[in-house]
Design a protein around this ligand. Structure first.
Ligand code: HEM
Length: 156
């Protein structure tokens, strides 16, 4: 019983939610890979920071649980990914954030991501945006911003 309680204490959310350190890199919002939208239309279409946060959470959870691409995410730093992906989306949607993560080439280096993996990830993002009732036109504008990043993410 005592052992179980001690184990459970180790597994508290605080203990599990530690972000792992990464190799040093230069922090620069242009690492986000796309310039932010002008105005607040896109931020509002996504429900502001609260909506973006829910979309990122749903999206990250779906990617880790995915039978097709989950293997690529397995053993990666989910805590960090949730934080910097939120920053990236919030920054690009002009919802009042800056991006402190790595650039897309460095972030996906040697992961072996293929075009089919990218397509699957986009499907998961579409489902997350749909669940948050982001208007279809705004979904597509956002996906069009992300699309050119393919060349830095997908390996050939
Ligand atoms: C346009 C498409 C994509 C965008 C915008 C994107 C965005 C990001 C960002 C912001 C990070 C974190 C960078 C950092 O840690 O500093 C990241 C890491 C990562 N991405 Fe992507 N990504 C894309 C495509 C993909 C695809 C297609 C896969 C695989 C199916 C993938 C798998 C991963 C994994 C496994 C990590 C590492 C997480 C970690 O180091 O903890 N990404 N991505």
């Amino acid at each position: 019983m005592f052992a179980f309680v001690a184990f459970a204490a180790l597994m508290t959310p605080q203990a599990a939610a530690q972000e792992q350190p990464v190799e040093p890199y230069k922090i620069d919002p242009t690492n986000a890979g796309a310039a932010p939208f002008a105005g607040d239309g896109m931020a509002r279409a996504f429900g502001g920071q609260d909506g973006i946060s829910r979309i990122v959470d749903r999206f990250v959870t779906a990617n880790f649980a995915d039978r097709r691409i989950g293997e690529i995410f397995m053993n990666q730093d989910e805590v960090r990914l949730r934080r910097v992906l939120f920053e990236q989306f919030c920054y690009i949607l002009n919802a009042g954030c800056t991006y402190t993560g790595r650039d897309m080439r460095a972030a996906h280096k040697d992961m072996g991501v293929q075009q089919g993996d990218m397509n699957r990830l986009v499907e998961n993002l579409q489902a997350a945006m749909q669940a948050e009732r982001v208007p279809f036109a705004a979904q597509n504008r956002f996906l069009a911003k992300l699309a050119p990043m393919r060349r830095d993410v997908v390996e050939r």
